[in-house]
Design a protein around this ligand. Structure first.
Ligand code: NAD
Length: 490
């Protein structure tokens, strides 16, 4: 028997969606609102039985779905995007309540992007099939065939955006999918299943199995019937998944954490850099691609600190459901403890707090926007991802020193570089990351590659890169002249 939860006036299923049907578990786990710690409800925990049912449903749906052309799949996916749009208000309210994401950001950024994630890849898949290569000897028909059953695993900081970013290309390429939502913020992923159902996606093409990572997620990624695992989350989990899927030689795409540099060169527009700097507190700093390590030229550091402090003092910390709020809560009490632990240990080791540095009075899961300085490159807070509203600041005296500091961690996701455009571009080109923004932040395009190097991940998402991952590429070779068998042929 399937049940419904009511969260902020929105009815949402806490159950799995398998083979086109809602299925409940006897075993459940509790979820909480990070704003006021209210219990939001009990979510079904996927057992071995649910994982099995989802894999079988996805396998059974695969032959018919993969046999459709991209043009035949497109209307289903366009309707899926439309159905997401019809649920915009509900999606905004749910993710604001279970993940603490700003309602304004959900409305203006995340929901439109979630729709585009589905419709853009449906359109782009039309160009995908049968790319020819002509040589003197042969026609090569290079096919991008769907790989099979794909498992998608996403984190709590952006569940709707990241799930659709993977589901869009996976489904458009003709795969069938099983989504395992994050256990701390599973509600918008459940509503995605309603949207897929209303759009008429055939049963089993898209499935949701709710549950915790160590239990449900682990069962899904270690199953040999899975063709791909697309994961966004933390480094320790990625290592586990890579080993587990690797045992079956199942390819994984891993989008992981960051410790990205935010470089302010001597010739930077300080006001513009500082205004962008304050944006790093967005989503309470729980953003993988944020520039969290400020590296500022020593000649402009005093002006930069004063200017950024003024911007930070104006930030509105509060309830993310209030349209004027700019900084909301941290997701979970455990995350609050973890973030404040970084600050306490840094201060105990001699670091200086420029602003913030403690819990915020707005609520139990709120932390003041914080900046820490007087640090060594080897310090824990410089080397490790904090994933909260806590940034660090170091100075440099030359471009070479800035680049050495920027490259001096195990992470390599993104970066920001402010300075005179040609100068900043030249420095940015030497920073070892998957992407870097010059005099800007957050400009994304679905056609562009996204992903990290070093501990920040393996693989690229976006445009053709998503399809390369979700497809089996096959070369069908047709000779131009009659082929004569010969043992001397190569
Ligand atoms: P996490 O690794 O703890 O969990 C991510 C997901 O993995 C969750 O759905 C969880 O249930 C699942 N999981 C956990 N253990 C598993 C296992 N053994 N097998 C299968 N699945 C398992 O990460 P989190 O705390 O939810 O998210 C924060 C992290 O995500 C940060 O490190 C952040 O930088 C990263 N992130 C990266 C990007 C990116 O695009 N690079 C984007 C957003 C977040």
């Amino acid at each position: 028997m399937s049940r419904m939860l009511e969260v902020a006036g929105v009815a949402v299923s806490p159950d799995h969606y398998i083979g086109g049907q809602r299925i409940a578990s006897d075993k459940t786990f509790e979820i909480f609102c990070p704003i006021d710690q209210q219990v939001l409800g009990h979510i079904s925990e996927g057992t071995a039985e649910h994982v099995e049912a989802a894999i079988v449903a996805a396998q059974q749906a695969f032959p018919a779905w993969s046999a459709l052309s991209a043009a035949e799949r497109k209307p289903y996916l366009d309707r899926f995007a439309e159905e997401i749009g019809k649920r915009a208000d509900a999606l905004c309210l749910l993710e604001s309540n279970d993940a603490g994401v700003l309602l304004s950001r959900m409305r203006h950024g995340v929901v439109p992007r979630a729709m585009l994630n589905i419709s853009w890849f449906a359109q782009h898949a039309l160009d995908l099939q049968n790319r020819p290569i002509e040589t003197e000897q042969a026609h090569h028909i290079v096919r991008h065939d769907p790989a099979g059953v794909v498992v998608v695993i996403t984190p709590w900081n952006a569940p709707l955006m990241l799930s659709t970013w993977k589901l869009g290309p996976a489904l458009a390429a003709g795969n069938t999918c099983i989504l395992k939502p994050p256990e701390w913020a599973p509600l918008t992923c459940s509503l995605l299943a309603d949207a897929a159902h209303a759009a008429g996606l055939p049963p089993g093409v898209f499935n949701v199995v709710q549950g915790t990572g160590a239990n449900t997620g682990a069962k899904l990624v270690s199953d040999p019937r899975i063709a791909r695992v697309s994961f966004t989350g933390s480094v320790p989990t990625a290592k586990w998944i890579a080993q587990s899927a690797g045992a079956n030689l199942v390819p994984c795409s891993l989008e992981l954490g960051g410790k990205s540099p935010f470089i302010v060169l001597e010739d930077a527009d300080i006001d513009s850099a500082a205004a962008t700097g304050a944006l790093m507190y967005r989503n309470a700093g729980q953003v993988c691609l944020a520039g969290t390590r400020f590296l500022v030229h020593e000649k402009v550091v005093d002006a930069f600190i004063a200017t950024m402090r003024a911007y930070v003092e104006k930030l509105v910390v509060g309830d993310p459901r209030d349209e004027t709020t700019e900084v909301g809560p941290v997701i979970h009490p455990k995350q609050v403890e973890r973030v404040l632990g970084f600050v306490e240990r840094a201060v105990a080791a001699g670091a200086q707090v420029l602003w913030g540095g403690a819990a915020h009075p707005f609520g139990a899961q709120y932390i003041q926007p914080t900046m820490i300085t007087n640090l060594q490159q080897s310090d824990e807070i410089v080397q490790n991802e904090v994933f909260g509203p806590v940034l660090t600041l170091q100075t440099f005296a030359s471009d070479d020193e800035a680049i050495t500091l920027a490259n001096g961690t195990d992470f390599g996701l993104g970066g920001v570089c402010y300075g005179e455009t040609a100068h900043a571009t030249a420095v940015a080109e030497q920073v070892r990351t998957g992407f870097i923004w010059v005099n800007s932040f957050g400009i994304r395009d679905l056609a562009a590659p996204f992903g990290g190097i070093k501990r920040s991940g393996i693989g690229r998402e976006g445009g053709d890169w998503s399809f390369e991952f979700f497809c089996d590429v096959k070369d069908v070779v047709v000779p131009k002249k009659p082929f004569k068998a010969s043992f001397s042929h190569r």
